[in-house]
Design a protein around this ligand. Structure first.
Ligand code: DC
Length: 224
């Protein structure tokens, strides 16, 4: 059985930074499942379809062929849809909420879960997302739930967007409001919502820097 480490939690808790570093240290694959939902959201918006409109999203799904690959020199994960690399577009702020919205549609989730399970069954990997330990891989080798106070997560997100010059006039309060809206939507959907999975170790990163989080998680993974 491959080694599967599931890292779930709300946005801004530090999942991707941790998952990337952990995968590097363990020399295994990092699968960013949020990027897959972002890819679908980008595709749907690009077709002029509202991600909340399940009736219009559903007919698009059979035409979406997603592959996950890794850039040869940087190792960075790439999301390719129907042969087009959509990775450069999926980090835009507008895509974050659209991904959360489209991810409420069960058929969207099932399509991506199938691909996630396939990858996880073939390779040792660290996966981050919202439902990895609870739904995608309930028998994952280790399950971690990373959390932090909404204000801290919004501060991190605000800093990240401002460093990228991508704030587009948004204030810290706007970012905090978006974080809260996305948390609510991710935690209250009917199918595979964000929950603390059975057997998950909860780590609050509010007062920790990235190094401290990594150290703590490496101890958990090694069962020290
Ligand atoms: O991790 P992220 O911010 O890139 O994820 C974007 C959205 O995708 C998130 O708000 C909810 C959805 N998502 C999900 O429903 N399940 C996952 N395993 C990963 C992401």
């Amino acid at each position: 059985m491959p080694l599967n480490i599931a890292i779930d939690g709300p946005s801004g808790a530090g999942k991707s930074t941790l998952a990337k570093r952990l995968a590097e240290d363990l020399k295994i694959l990092y699968l960013d499942t949020g990027a897959m939902y972002r890819g679908i959201a980008y595709f749907v918006l690009d077709k002029g379809v509202d991600p909340a409109d399940a009736e219009k999203v559903l007919p698009l799904l059979p035409d979406i062929e997603m592959t996950v690959s890794y850039d040869e020199s940087s190792g960075v994960q790439q999301i390719v849809i129907n042969g087009v690399n959509v990775t450069p577009h999926i980090r835009e702020h507008r895509i974050s909420f659209a991904a959360s919205t489209v991810s409420k549609i069960p058929e969207v989730r099932l399509k991506l879960v199938e691909l996630q399970r396939k990858i996880a069954s073939e390779r040792d990997c660290v996966l981050d997302g919202r439902d990895i330990g609870s739904y995608v891989l309930p028998n994952a080798t280790r399950k971690i739930y990373l959390d932090a106070k909404p204000e801290v997560r919004a501060e991190r997100r605000f800093k990240e967007l401002s460093e990228k010059g991508a704030l587009n006039g948004m204030s810290y309060e706007d970012v905090l409001s978006d974080v809260n809206k996305r948390d609510y939507q991710d935690m209250h959907r009917d199918f595979a919502p964000l929950v603390v999975a059975d057997g998950a170790v909860v780590v609050d990163t509010s007062e920790l820097n990235a190094e401290e989080v990594l150290k703590k998680i490496e101890e958990i993974v090694a069962c020290k």
